[in-house]
Design a protein around this ligand. Structure first.
Ligand SMILES: Nc1ncnc2c1ncn2[C@@H]1O[C@H](COP(=O)(O)OP(=O)(O)OP(=O)(O)O)[C@@H](O)[C@H]1O
Length: 204
């Protein structure tokens, strides 16, 4: 489903990712782990097309990833650190923009992430944890085959991390896979998924 081979990325003279190689199978979920600065966000940005990689190949559904194409964005969805909230729009407006859906689907997505009553609020008027739950709920309404999540546990309370694990597993289908970065051991335990080092080595 997602195959990364020999991916390299440097910022100036600083090599951040060197020969990163791994794959996440269809129906699978995998976690990028590593200390601060190891390059997890950089890797997710490269896979999402938000940052150019220097060399290497990324295949999605058996075909080379083409971040400049519309097809890429239909297959790949990233809830990354720089999630953009549009001024003036409510939570429901944001979810409808991603994919026009019946209002009850939007309500169900928000309820699944434990924020059933925030649909009419502006995201900027929510707490950081509520905003994170809304950002994660967008993955329930937006189509994707590959979901990329950068520290999805950020700002969530303990119960929220449990909800996150439950919802991620529920969103997986045989045509989908999820790659996330995390520092949260309880999330890793709940997902019970392979952990990928930035060298592509399975360290589970
Ligand atoms: N835009 C940039 N320009 C230059 N260097 C960058 C840039 N973005 C990240 N870096 C550097 O790349 C390295 C990897 O950063 P990255 O954010 O990918 O790490 P991370 O594993 O996600 O860390 P954390 O666990 O703290 O989120 C760091 O040394 C960082 O300083």
């Amino acid at each position: 489903m997602l195959r990364v081979t020999g991916l390299n990325k440097s910022y100036g003279s600083r090599t951040v990712l060197s020969d990163v190689t791994f794959e996440v199978p269809a129906g699978g979920i995998a976690a990028l782990v590593g200390p601060n600065g190891a390059g997890k966000s950089t890797l997710l940005d490269c896979l999402a097309g938000a940052a150019p990689m220097d060399s290497g190949t990324v295949e999605i559904l058996g075909r080379p990833s083409q971040p400049s194409s519309a097809g890429h964005w239909q297959s790949v969805y990233g809830v990354l650190n720089d999630f953009t909230w549009l001024p003036g729009l409510t939570v429901t407006d944001h979810l409808m923009l991603l994919q026009p859906r019946p209002a009850h689907d939007v309500r169900a997505a928000l309820a699944a992430f434990g924020v059933p009553d925030v649909g009419d609020h502006k995201p900027t008027a929510l707490s950081s944890g509520q905003r994170q739950r809304v950002a994660l709920a967008t993955a329930r309404v937006r189509p994707w085959h590959v979901l990329l999540l950068d520290e999805p546990e950020a700002h969530l309370d303990v119960a929220g991390v449990g909800v996150l694990a439950r919802e991620l597993l529920a969103m997986l289908t045989p045509e989908r896979c999820i790659l996330l970065s995390t520092h949260d051991s309880s999330l890793l335990r709940a997902l019970d998924c392979p952990q990928i080092s930035l060298a592509g080595e399975v360290v589970r």
